[in-house]
Design a protein around this ligand. Structure first.
Ligand code: NAI
Length: 414
């Protein structure tokens, strides 16, 4: 089989490292468009591209996908995938990937810094000194050592924060709805209320779900220790902001750090408004928890490596809209066929019959389905007839199909 001449279009200034990471998997011709090009310009370039790399501003909808008949996968070089119509992508057998955990360290560091700043009462002192004041006092200022930190949500960020806070000498408590292995001496709590009653600082690291909406409502905020601090650097709808403002007003809480809000400006031209703005003991930041150059590089590596793996192996373990399979590299002497198809009875039989009729031995096979989409992979031994791909494309249920040779064959033909 000849080398597959893959090509990728990367827009929106995807991190520069992505090129090298993509090419580690095999030859890929990469074209870049700077900034956020209009859909017309992207569509014109997509006639032959196999991969599209975007960030959050490019909308991948049915019209764009229709203009991209060769497109195998979309890589969102960011966290969210709202900008992609995932159903339309699945319907066309186009896999979509993102980089959901590449910025977790950045958030954990900001949270740790916020804990120190709040406990030292730095926000009030900073406001004062900027206006000529000099609040040189130890009143209400504490070391974080030996204080109790309550982490709500012990996932990627919560667990990293646990390690960092322990190194600062904090007594870490956590609450999660899933069983989680404690890091170091961290103590798992049986209930959120028990954690709230116990801790000097409570920090939220849960996703936004029906169950976590207004997780910190007036009653829960009231259940926190008097003089405690609340941090929300996760999602804006986890906290009842009016209830938080009331608790700060009454002095029940000693301060807060908030990075995410129920209503956030869409651009820097829109004004930000929140009842929290008037409090000098509150650290407000514009949703920058994960915004560091290191996180950008990590996102570039993560998303590019998932795209490269999909193109050269068919692996979909971290796809957001595809059944998940990790078939590993194609073995020498074998040819892999990858077939996203309609999830209905009989497809695997038709695929295997076609292989048998072509005189091919199915040496390995993988199938996963999710909702209406099925994904079948077969590793074939024997000489693949030149019309084999057309035969598979003509099978009842096939959405798309492609062949991948073993890496040695691709490299020697490149
Ligand atoms: P993750 O999925 O690794 O961890 C979330 C944890 O929360 C899981 O262990 C889960 O079991 C737990 N959980 C879910 N519902 C819960 C509930 N009702 N009570 C207690 N625990 C619950 O997520 P990750 O990566 O740690 O992210 C955490 C949050 O941080 C997410 O909301 C994410 O959107 C946000 N985030 C914010 C950023 C920013 O810029 N400020 C950047 C990156 C993430």
């Amino acid at each position: 089989m000849p080398a597959t001449p893959f090509s990728a279009l990367l827009v929106e200034n995807v991190h520069a490292d992505a090129d090298a990471v993509l090419q580690q998997h095999g030859p890929i011709a990469i074209e870049r468009m700077t900034g956020s090009p209009d859909p017309e310009a992207i569509r014109a370039k997509l006639a032959t591209a196999h991969l599209l790399g975007i960030r959050s501003r490019t909308h991948v909808d049915a019209a764009l996908l229709d203009a991209a008949p060769a497109l195998e996968a979309v890589g969102c070089f960011c966290i969210g995938t709202n900008q992609v119509d995932l159903d339309e992508a699945s319907r066309r057998g186009v896999a979509v990937f993102n980089a959901p955990f590449a910025n977790t360290r950045s958030v954990a560091e900001l949270t740790m810094a916020s804990i120190v700043m709040l406990m030292r009462r730095v926000p009030e002192k900073m406001f004062a000194i900027h206006q000529g004041g000099w609040l040189k006092t130890a009143e209400g200022a504490y070391e974080v050592r030996k204080k109790k930190l309550g982490i709500v949500g012990y996932g990627n960020i919560g667990a990293q924060l646990s390690v960092i806070a322990s190194a600062f000498g904090m007594h870490v408590h956590y609450y999660d709805i899933e069983p989680k292995l404690a890091h170091g001496n961290a103590r798992g709590m049986d209930s959120l209320d028990a954690l709230l009653r116990e801790c000097d600082v409570v920090t939220l690291h849960v996703p936004s779900t029906a169950r976590t909406k207004n997780l910190m409502n007036a009653a829960r905020i009231a259940a926190m220790k008097p003089g405690a601090f609340l941090i929300n650097q996760a999602r804006g709808d986890l906290v009842d902001v009016d209830a938080l403002a009331a608790a700060l007003e009454s002095g029940h809480l000693a301060g807060a750090a908030v990075d995410v809000f129920p209503k956030e400006p869409k651009s820097k031209d829109e004004a930000f408004e929140s009842p929290l703005q008037k409090f000098k003991n509150v650290i407000l930041t514009p949703h920058i928890g994960g915004s560091t150059l290191e996180a950008q590089a990590a996102i570039g590596h993560d998303a590019a490596s998932k795209l490269g793996k999909y193109l050269y192996e068919g692996g979909t373990m971290h796809a957001v809209n595809f059944p998940r399979i990790d078939p590993g590299p194609v073995r020498e002497g074998r040819t892999r066929i990858l077939v996203p198809h309609a999830n209905a009875p009989g497809f695997l039989r038709r695929l295997n019959d076609a292989a048998e009729r072509a005189g091919l031995n199915v040496a390995a096979q993988y199938l996963q389905t999710e909702a209406e989409l099925g994904y079948a992979i077969a590793d074939l031994e024997g000489a693949v007839p030149s019309d084999f791909l057309d035969r598979i494309r003509a099978l009842d249920g096939t959405i798309r199909a492609r062949l991948i040779a073993a890496p040695e064959a691709i490299r020697s033909a490149a």
